[in-house]
Design a binder for this molecule. Structure first.
Ligand code: NAD
Length: 416
């Protein structure tokens, strides 16, 4: 594993590009520092009558291009450093796809798998109230991330609205359609990732038909990508979740695997596949590897064993800087997280726009607009990648993003 924590990784990635862009020291310093950090400690009544305390965070990394935007994560390993890194990546991501947002992230240290629905609802409502002065449709718009879903977004919308006294659907995205969610949001991250994979295949001369795909993580991003990429004719040869993975050289049927996961709680022991570990999945001989779980999965000790031609980062931060170097030397084409998974925030932006106008689009409209944004962004990043010659796609994406944010900072000037 990497010796650096995820915040140090985010800073290192930034520094490499700041140097390359020759950013002036003031702007460099400003973009390194999260603008606002909020830590909350709050009690929740558990089902057995006991009262348990939870720690949560909300970080605004930068708001120079618009309101802060970013998901909320529920996980035992959530830490302030992780949330800071994820908030910084959101700033770059919104800039890569050129949507008018800054970057934010939130998280609560908890294990939702060990909590009842009622406990998760009470935790969500209390956390929302604790951060309610920090969020808002013009300030900071949360969204789903690991272990949070449309139902949780509905509770956030309801709690915020109750506190304000009227319905404010535009305070959060990733909501159910019935209360102002957008068509296409559930699959947006995966669909956006698919558009970038198709573009990369086209650039590399790799046919998607029968391309062998391995996907780590079988949640919103991983499962939907498996489904969509199989529809393009690719063979999903392996998938995994936190308990382990499954492998079938002839291809797995993503929907049937999901049915098995819903019934048993995991993809493992799927009758049509052989059990493998998460580590084995990463090292499989495949064309396209999609990390769609957590950070730091591809690191200096396993990067050399990655055999895929394309690594498409549906997850945030799955590759450490040391691993980046190794993959680059091996000629593996990376579609970096800030580009590959930007479909989620892009359709979140569409949802916010629809809520603000109370005027809703069809799924075809949403998917078409998403395709335009993803393809245009991929082309811009690829252009820099080709022009610069000695950098990977991550550095190219960061160059595009950081330059856009730096220009905004410069134009707005120093207050007062
Ligand atoms: P999710 O909670 O729906 O799914 C996460 C999946 O990862 C689950 O299948 C879980 O079992 C698996 N997992 C957890 N720990 C694992 C481990 N150690 N090894 C292997 N698998 C493990 O979450 P999600 O929304 O799909 O998010 C996954 C990644 O995608 C995260 O990095 C997230 O930040 C990123 N992402 C998600 C969205 C979105 O819209 N959902 C948008 C952008 C980025």
């Amino acid at each position: 594993m990497t010796e650096k924590n995820v915040w140090e990784v985010a800073l290192e990635q930034f520094e490499i590009v700041a140097e390359r862009l020759n950013l002036e020291p003031y702007i460099r310093e400003r973009l390194k520092r999260p603008k606002r950090i909020l830590t909350v400690n709050f009690p929740v009544r558990m089902d057995d009558g006991s009262i348990k305390f939870f720690e949560g965070y909300r970080v605004h990394h930068n708001v120079d291009r618009g309101p802060a935007k970013g998901g909320i994560r529920y996980h035992p390993s959530v830490s302030l450093d992780e949330v800071k890194a994820l908030a910084m990546w959101m700033t770059w991501k919104c800039a890569v796809v050129n949507i008018p947002y800054g970057g934010a992230k939130g998280g609560v240290v908890c294990d939702p798998h060990k909590m009842s629905i009622g406990e998760i609802e009470r935790l969500t409502r209390r956390y929302t109230t604790e951060i309610s002065f920090f969020i808002g449709p013009e300030k900071d718009i949360p969204a789903p991330d690991v272990n949070t879903n449309p139902q949780i977004m509905a509770w956030i919308m309801d709690t915020y609205s109750m506190n304000m006294g009227y319905s404010i659907p535009q305070v959060v995205t990733g909501k159910p359609i019935e209360i102002g969610g957008s068509e296409g949001r559930v699959e947006a991250t995966a669909r956006g990732c698919l558009f970038t994979i198709l573009k990369a295949c086209n650039y590399l001369g790799l046919a998607i038909k029968n391309a062998r795909v391995a996907i780590q993580g079988y949640g919103n991003a991983g499962y939907n990508l498996a489904k969509l990429i199989a529809r393009e004719g690719a063979k999903v040869i392996a998938v995994s979740d936190s308990k382990g993975g499954i492998y079938n050289e002839d291809g797995l049927n993503p929907e049937i695997v999901m049915k098995h996961k819903v019934e048993t709680g995991s993809v493992i022991d799927f009758p049509g596949g052989k059990n493998i570990t998460n580590e084995e999945l990463l090292k499989l001989n495949c064309d396209i590897l999609v990390p769609a779980a957590l950070e730091d999965q591809i690191h200096k000790d396993n990067a050399d064993k990655i055999r895929a031609k394309i690594v498409a980062e549906a997850a945030n931060g799955p590759t450490t800087p040391e691993a980046d170097e190794i993959l680059f030397r091996k000629g593996i084409f990376i579609i970096p997280d800030v580009l590959a998974n930007a479909g989620g925030v892009t359709v979140s932006y569409f949802e916010w726009v629809q809520d603000l106008q109370s005027f809703f689009w069809t799924e075809e409209d949403v998917n078409q607009k998403l395709k335009e944004v993803m393809e245009r962004s991929f082309d811009k990043v690829l252009e820099i990648f080709i022009k610069e010659k000695d950098i990977n796609m991550r550095t190219a994406a960061y160059m595009l993003a950081i330059d856009r944010v730096a220009r905004a900072v410069k134009l707005r000037g120093l207050y007062p």
